[in-house]
Design a protein around this ligand. Structure first.
Ligand SMILES: Nc1ncnc2c1ncn2[C@@H]1O[C@H](COP(=O)(O)OP(=O)(O)OP(=O)(O)O)[C@@H](O)[C@H]1O
Length: 300
């Protein structure tokens, strides 16, 4: 069953389109990474799915309902981001107590255990938490709510590395025990690639690709070797990035449209092949120029 179905979805703000004819579906109980460069439209899409914003055109269905201001969608989904706010007089203990009435799958014991584990003072007001503590608490709410649709928009902003790792592990463990559909946006896909099953990559409001992690891993491939050797073998290939290493060598990343025999031939010719990480693949697949920041300093 699909929990999310988007068909030709567009969202226009006054000056420009944040989403541009976006179509995709997400099946029940998948963890999907929503990835894209700054301004790609991730938050806009997530807010539409959570029912906070209305699409300008196209069709959005969440649990087979139009999400905007829909009670059923709102009762079965949660949207977590760093701006999540609560009434100013509520302590963490008050929020957790209220959440118990609000979310039907609320995991009371887990919430308490996570508050203790992450050393959060339950008597403190939410507004008095530090940035990292606020993100930690918000994500903890996202996990403990066990909502059938959990939307996490850059939830780890400000968390230190140890907390982030523990939080991702907590999310994964609880998801395995209580499967639900999770949409997770992050600019640090390398940190979450182990928990993701699929990646939806959007670029300038359009779907760039929607692949399983395995397929994403195979979407690009890297080559290193002598420039004079590598380039002739890559004629007519879709090169995403090329960098000179030292005087004679190059490091090239290309879309993987090679046959096994083709790759074998390159290896035999002395070209070294390497696999590209999921996060690097996403960066290269949405790069606006074939060069990089170096070009700015080279005056080109
Ligand atoms: N309320 C708004 N009014 C006008 N334009 C907006 C508004 N909200 C977002 N935009 C524009 O829509 C585009 C998509 O923004 P959005 O916040 O969805 O991107 P994002 O992928 O979440 O970016 P980031 O990774 O930087 O958080 C951007 O160009 C942004 O400037």
């Amino acid at each position: 069953m699909n929990v999310i179905e988007c068909k030709d979805v567009t969202k226009s703000y006054r000056r420009a389109n944040a989403l541009n004819g976006l179509s995709f579906t997400i099946e029940e109980n998948k963890i999907v990474g929503l990835v894209g460069r700054n301004g790609a439209g991730k938050t806009t899409l997530m807010k539409i799915l959570a029912g906070f914003l209305r699409e300008t055109s196209g069709e959005v269905n969440v649990f087979s309902e139009r999400p905007f201001n829909h009670l059923f969608v709102s009762a079965n989904s949660i949207f977590i981001d760093e701006h999540m706010h609560f009434p100013s007089k509520m302590s963490l203990a008050d929020i957790v107590k209220e959440a118990n009435y609000f979310y039907k799958n609320w995991a009371c014991e887990l919430a308490d255990q996570l508050i203790d584990y992450f050393n959060l003072d339950r008597h403190r007001l939410h507004k008095h938490l530090s940035k990292g503590q606020r993100s930690t608490f918000n994500m903890l709410i996202g996990i403990a709510s066990r909502c059938p649709l959990t939307i996490l928009d850059e939830p780890a902003a400000g968390m230190d590395t140890a907390v982030r790792k523990d939080m991702y592990r907590a999310l994964l463990k609880d998801y395995i025990a209580y499967p639900r559909t999770i949409l997770f946006s992050s600019h640090h896909i390398e940190e979450i690639e182990d928990i993701l099953e699929e990646v939806l990559l959007i670029d300038e409001g359009e779907k760039h690709l929607h692949l399983s992690m395995d397929d994403l891993q195979e979407a690009t491939i890297g080559f290193t070797g002598k420039e004079a050797l590598v380039y002739p073998l890559l004629i007519d290939q879709d090169i995403l990035s090329a960098k000179k290493i030292g005087r004679e060598d190059v490091r090239v990343i290309a879309k993987n449209r090679f046959t096994t025999e083709g790759l074998q031939t390159m290896k035999q010719a002395g070209v070294h092949l390497f696999s590209v990480s999921a996060s690097d693949a996403c960066v290269h697949l949405t790069a606006k120029t074939s060069g990089g920041i170096d070009d700015v300093f080279n005056g080109s």
